[in-house]
Design a protein around this ligand. Structure first.
Ligand code: GLY
Length: 318
């Protein structure tokens, strides 16, 4: 099985599925799922198409994980699109967990990954509009608040800047990190998480996605979890790690995801533009998501077919 965040991930899952179903490595599956999202210019917070930081640069973050002894990440890369692929190189070719910034780009180059432009034309135009509207501070807040207009939250409308979203999925703009977890036919687990982070962020800001235990955690003895949403919230509770630890204590995936999101909601003041989602997967393939609010869809692919499902639990009704 493979489970990935947001409706756009249906096509990511489908790209990864044939090799996974044929007995392939679940790590190949999750990196492939991320590759599809990273290359898609219609997804405005992952890879090419991701909205820039306040200086107009797109920076990307990712991590991958097979187990607590096998994980790697990169953050704040500016010249390499396939952040999950580079994170895998960190995992497989170094003894480190996380490589940051220009050094991560240079690491990617040394390992034969081609550099490329990360700012899509539409993302550049969006950044120019944002800057013309005042840029930092209040204008930045207004950009976020626009994601709350009713027309942006209705079924199927999305507030998507560039792309359409599925019925039942509201668009909390800027929170479209792909988090993906796969289990192979031999029972091995793997996960990956890839993002361009919060749009118009302060240069250098890094969220939850590349940090093991925050945006992703995989322990085949207990389960796996990944997160999407406002990184500062998710990191406050080590969201993915917390969900896996709940499963280790015997919680179901839904109970675990719900406990992690409830903790997130308890530790930080929640603002109207916030969203936080935890997806939890048990080693036997049971999967569930919990969210701060409705408006999220989880894309799941199993031998029975593909499905999109809303969160099994939410902690707020606004
Ligand atoms: N969850 C992605 C981020 O906040 O950077």
């Amino acid at each position: 099985m493979i489970a990935s965040t947001w409706s756009f991930a249906e096509r990511c899952n489908e790209a990864a599925w044939p090799a996974l179903a044929a007995g392939g490595d679940p790590m190949d599956a999750v990196v492939e799922a991320c590759r599809v999202a990273e290359e898609d210019p219609s997804i405005d917070s992952v890879g090419f198409g991701g909205l820039p930081d306040a200086d107009g640069a797109v920076t990307v973050d990712a991590c991958v994980m097979r187990s607590p002894a096998s994980c790697g990440g990169v953050c704040a890369m500016r010249r390499h699109l396939h952040a999950a692929r580079v994170a895998r190189l960190v995992m497989e070719r170094t003894s480190h967990h996380l490589i940051a910034g220009d050094a991560a780009d240079r690491f990617a180059e040394r390992h034969g990954v081609e550099a490329r432009e990360l700012v899509a034309p539409a993302a550049r135009e969006a950044w120019e509009r944002w800057r013309a509207g005042g840029g930092d501070g209040e204008a930045s807040r207004q950009v976020r608040d626009r994601a709350l207009r009713p027309e942006d939250r209705g079924p199927g409308s999305g507030g998507a800047l560039f792309g359409a979203h599925a019925a039942g999925e509201s668009r909390w703009r800027h929170h479209d990190t792909i988090g993906t977890i796969a289990i192979g036919s031999d029972g091995r687990m793997a996960g990956a998480c890839s993002t361009s982070g919060v749009p118009y962020k302060l240069p250098g800001r890094v969220g939850d996605s590349p940090i093991v235990g925050h945006g992703l955690y995989v322990d085949p003895a207990a389960g796996a979890a990944t997160a999407t949403g406002t990184g500062e919230l998710i990191s406050s509770a080590c969201g993915a790690f917390l969900a896996v630890e709940c499963m280790r204590r015997g919680a179901s995936p839904l109970e675990a995801a719900h406990e992690a999101v409830a903790r997130i909601a308890a530790v930080r003041a929640i603002e109207p533009h916030h969203q936080a989602v935890i997806v939890a997967v048990a080693p036997d393939g049971r999967v569930a998501a919990a969210a701060l609010r409705q408006g999220f869809l989880l894309a799941v692919r199993t031998p029975a077919g593909a499905r999109l499902e809303p969160p099994g639990a939410t902690v707020r009704d606004d």
